[in-house]
Design a protein around this ligand. Sequence first.
Ligand SMILES: [Zn+2]
Length: 512
Amino acid sequence: MASSLIRGKHVVCKVHDRTRAEIIEDGAVYQEDGRIVAVGPHAELARRYRPDETLGSPHHVVIPGFVNSHHHVGLTPLQLGSPDHPLELWFASRMAARDVDPYLDALYSAFEMIESGITTVQHLHGRCPGPAERIQGAAQAVIRAYEAIGMRVSYSFGIRDQNRLVYEADDAFVARLPADIAPDVEALLRRQAIPLADNFRIFENLAATYRGSERVRIQLAPANLHWCSDRALEGVRDACAAHGVPFHMHVVETQYQKEYARRRTGTTAVAHLHRLGLLGPHCTIGHGVWLTEADIDLVAETGTRICHNCSSNLRLRSGVAALNRFERKGIPVAIGIDEAGINDDRDMLQEMRLVLRMHRVPGMDDQVPTAPQVLRMATEHGAATTPFGDAIGTLEPGKAADLSILSWQQIAAPYLDADVPVIDAIVQRGRSAGVETVVVAGEPILRDGKFTRVDKAAVLEELATALRRPRTEEETRRQELSRRVFPHVKAFYEGYVPDEAPDPFYRTSGRF
Ligand SMILES: [Zn+2]
């Protein structure tokens, strides 16, 4: 039986609400075999238990592990040559990306996530060419990477059965392309297409493979309304009910998606999902930038969750989500770093600070994000979007021992006024450089800044070596095709959104 006592000057166990949290001064967490047995004053726990080892010290702070609730890839699109276009154009520019080994790629971002205190990731996998066997192989390579490094993962492969490049049927779009690129675009889109039933087969196979795994869960991810037919969405609804798993779906990330929903359904994307019976606590809406007031009410009434992807919304010019409205309605909101944060990496502490600052609208009321609120978003609320649910996200007896040990020196030296609340200090001053040890299921996977299971330098070298080779013929063809189809994708959206569409960024103060 492996046990440890993790001590800190402050142990942050759980956030209760926007202002209150349970923090134990000179506290400790005692865990056995990955499960928390007790939390309390260090002196008392040290007397009561005989742990195999002690982690942390009076110069550290202990917090629950973060959950990155929306993640896709390792090397960022920018690293792979795709600049920050508006989302719809970015889909076209991303076609040019090189093929990267999925195992090494997943490890690359896992390094960044763990180094910033993330212990669980919601990995939403997409853009893998078929057939289903190949996708399943890539899925297992990704999961193997998380297993190798020791991170907890909720994995899903994005379901798409239509409209792969723009917000209309593939055939219709291809039919309007010039003859010299149409066949190549058609072939590329066809390679990505797999029968709808295969999507569910991939889910079921993976769910069976990882049943009983401590750190791996499989869930569903209908990629977005435009990518999914109603038949696909109904399939997701039924599979979730049959398997008792949640799902995560990009919804109204941009104004173009809002308009697409109106044209397709005559209402909003959220109202349509509700009509199909998909909303509820098992549903997480990724982004939700362009939700209407009525949508927000419906999300709140149904207990649906939202994942706030703040950096991504800025980088791809999607807009600013109405976080303050969500909070006022009591909607549980998680944080997702999506492809990458504003530093083009996966730093949760940085992302939390962006969320804290982004929504500070003018005025003196108490309606802007608070540090405890943001911490809860990054922990407990994130956890609830995954099949791990309330087994993770807070430090309480019976829960998984997933936590980070941060240097209090890094946060508080050379001086920090004693009146500064602990969580405010962590959220505003914590840096990934101060994240010393990260524990998942009781096991330190990062100890004193070093990965315990994987040789980071060797992996990075392997990744660099793999990409040092010249582009393959196929990669070059895709790069050229991306460049040539780009203006046609842009032309598709000219006049797509009516001029009078309100802009959530500028509309009214207090909106976000
Ligand atoms: Zn995304």
